[in-house]
Write a protein that binds this ligand. Structure first.
Ligand SMILES: [Zn+2]
Length: 185
């Protein structure tokens, strides 16, 4: 995970799913180019070049508002999130690593790999189902919008680098883990 939270010019994170972070090197470069301004720095972390010393930014904000597409990407982690890490066939909630992506209409029957034909399924259900096209998920899978995914994401724990980030991330307190960066100098 990167060390610097990047905010849009309106003070909101550029993105919450996933949380917009950049490496400290990128943050320093963007600040140097005046593309972002530094909102907060790690007090006890400086980096050095032969001629300069920088305090590593913990939070930066874009100097100009960045318009961005709120299209959600089709990928494994977003499918699991849409389905709340729950097998859509039996309702089990195994660890994420034990969840598979199941084609509702199996590929052998022409089923596509997309939001409306893929659901999270535990290994056993996926295996037992095989090529059976009659097995249907509990809910008809749909493409979520960004805000639906964001609301779901906030029900799960998040790891952040600096308590200062909490000013800009409205996350439930009991779901926050603070893991300070490994400070390269
Ligand atoms: Zn299952």
């Amino acid at each position: 995970m990167s060390d610097t939270l990047i905010l849009n010019a309106d003070g909101n994170p550029l993105s919450v799913v996933p949380i917009s972070v950049v490496s400290w090197m990128t943050a320093i470069r963007l600040a140097y180019q005046h593309k972002v301004r530094v909102i907060s720095s790690y007090e006890d972390w400086e980096v050095h070049s032969p001629s300069c010393t920088w305090q590593v930014p913990s939070i930066v904000m874009c100097t100009e508002y960045v318009k961005w597409s709120r299209q959600v990407k089709y990928n494994r982690s977003n499918i699991l999130l849409r389905d709340m890490y729950t097998c859509q066939l039996c309702g089990a909630k195994p660890p994420a690593s034990q969840l598979t992506l199941d084609h509702v209409v199996p590929r052998v029957h022409g089923g596509k790999t997309n939001w409306t034909n893929i659901v999270a399924a535990c290994k056993k259900c996926n295996h037992d189902k095989g090529h059976n096209r009659k097995v249907r998920p509990n809910k008809i899978p749909m493409k979520p919008n960004y805000y639906e995914l964001m609301a779901k994401r906030m029900k799960f724990p998040v790891t952040i680098r600096d308590p200062e980030w909490l000013t800009f991330l409205s996350w439930p307190e009991d779901k926050i883990e603070i893991r300070p960066p490994r400070k390269v100098v």
